[in-house]
Design a protein around this ligand. Sequence first.
Ligand SMILES: Nc1ncnc2c1ncn2[C@@H]1O[C@H](COP(=O)(O)OP(=O)(O)OP(=O)(O)O)[C@@H](O)[C@H]1O
Length: 761
Amino acid sequence: MSEPYEFEQKHLDDVLEKIQDAKVANELERKNADKKRADVDDGWNDVRYRSSTYSGLFETAMSVRQQQQMLEQREAEMNSVEHQAQVLERLRERPYFARIDVQDDGTDGAEPIYIGLASFSDAPDHFLVYDWRAPISSIYYDEGVGDVTYTTPDGPQQATVHLKRQFQIEDDKVVTIFDTDEAVGDQMLLDALSGESTTKMQSIVTTIQREQNKIIRNTAADLLFVQGAAGSGKTSAVLQRVAYLLYRYRGQLTAGQVVMFSPNQLFNDYIDQVLPELGEQNMVQMTYYQYASRRLPRFNLETLQERFEGQPDTDQKHLINYKGSLDYFNLMQAYAKSLNQSGIQVRPIKFRGQEIISADKIKDIYYSFNENYNLGNRLFGTKERLLKMLQSQVRTEMKAEWVDEQIENLSKEEYDSLMGDEEKEFKSDEDEHNYVAKIIVTNEMRPLIKGINRNRFININRQFVHFLKSVPMRTQLADYQLTDAQWDEGVERTVAQMREGRLSLSDMTPFMLLFDLIKGAHGERDIRFLFIDEIQDYTPFQLAFLKYSFPKARFTMLGDLNQAIFTKENAVGLQADLQHLFNPEKSEYIELTDTYRSTQQITDFAKAILVDGATINAFEREGAKPVVKVTGSDAEMVDIAKERVEKNIADHETTAIITKTLAQAEAAYAHLRSEIDLTIIRTENQRLVPGTIIVPAYLAKGLEFDAVIMWDATEENYHDEDERQLVYTIASRAMHQLTILANHQLSPLLADIDESLYVKG
Ligand SMILES: Nc1ncnc2c1ncn2[C@@H]1O[C@H](COP(=O)(O)OP(=O)(O)OP(=O)(O)O)[C@@H](O)[C@H]1O
């Protein structure tokens, strides 16, 4: 064994021994904590339940409270002991993955810093392992050997790095050592990338690249915008970023205050192991559809599939574009403001089928407040007045005939239960009658009160239509390539959809915003960080809405304008719009151009699909050229697919067959299922399973597979110029192998690609 190996093995043995000691100590602590908890549990037996007198009740409450406090304290101790046990277990498996020898300027000698998944010290301030997120660990990702500057809590520190070493440790043995003078050595990266794909995404802490590190550790920007080619590690960087933020703001930030909007549920499933692997809890993950559905429970919202497969004509595209614009967002704000003067749409309040407060009366109240009121205050003031009016209505109703009837019809049990347990004395029969009548009326009014509290008297559907109808008067539609007639047609479509309880994507966000504006909603102020993946599929309107809905959050947006499969050509304007939404001085734009997912051959091919795909650099990893095969029949396509999949299975590689639509996935599945063992992914709510899958393109976003078979890439399926991005998205899912099959005729989007970049099958 050579000298560094010997040294490092010995060091590893020492550290492992100390970890083992710490584990023993932890185990003892845990037993202690267990015992203390058992004592508390016993304590419950001493809690006396006395409820016959007030002081007895009070005493019981106090001792229960005391028990609870003790229990909470023990639980916290237990959790930290348990948390520590988990950390130690992880460290035991792999204590560290790198070492840097750093000499701070003005000090003697270099200190070796070992970097791992968590910190570990055997004495205060004596760190055997540094967490990868500690300030000093940043040197490992950012710098080579030589003079460096790193950030400490006291400001920048100059230092010299004498050694950078990377390790592979397996079963307590140092298997490989790489010494490198680059940031993160290519050899290590190559090793990390040469593995096979799994159904779960893995962490990348050992090989984070410099550009990615910038994304991970950024704490200054209100808007961090990452444009990155397919496979450039946007998702990876952002997940390690969440882990970093949870570490950096420990004690102030919880995983529940971090929200990630992801493209689909399958993707959530794919990434949900990364944070636990890093010893952190998962953030809140949801799709935009889920978010909107939660807020608009009465509507059926347009699904991912409907959105993707619906083919709007050009006029409709203009309409959709306009409805997604910032101009439209601003127009709605102006409309909302105008509601302070007039136009609020309300419904009368009815009780037992009778109108008791008319719509006009409600409007009068709404507009009785002076012009300094904003919409939120106006609504609040109206609610208060309405509730008061209901209260006085109770007195009137108590005398109504129906109340007498109800009282007469009460059984003895019902009557007693209305009276309650306690003995009551009434001065007269009339008093008793009134008492019961009041209860009956109040009960009957309860849903009304609830409705008022929930703003039901605002007719939000009608309000939305009122808004839509006002649009031609507020703007020059011609500026958006629309005529008034086209707009009116659009309004009619929306109204018809709303009647059926449906809302399209282009209407659902404006609808939510309008209601929020009327309510004067302040948004979810508890959320501190918001991540939006696949940003190119969001409209500026949606982003403005999210900013409004999460006013205290810092935003991280990631996307690839080349994969804009929904918004297509409009994605380009997005960046300009963001400058209106976020202070440009607090916005940072980072571009990732190096890609890691695919082999050089696949990346070169995918790049050629794009018209200007020049700024994408493949990490040098060799593989077979993509295969493009034009077949003579469906049967031939099935045969080739079968052959490929069988070979992949033999080579332990996972295959995804990607079709354009769900219907095509179903059709291909029907052909293939008797030939190959495969799973069809029909909805985003399915799980990703190991083995061969068949999936429509819009559900494959963000995922990756060893081998991809693009199914039926014919002219019929992919012909529009704006489908280029879709073809690129499909091709860029492949890590090692890409096969493109087309029955009879290849899509023109692929036909132009230089023949040297692929093999004709
Ligand atoms: N620094 C790295 N070290 C090792 N592997 C990496 C690194 N960066 C990215 N990868 C790997 O590259 C692959 C692609 O990464 P990721 O899915 O994060 O890219 P993406 O930019 O989100 O892609 P897309 O936009 O196509 O969905 C993953 O397998 C990831 O583990």
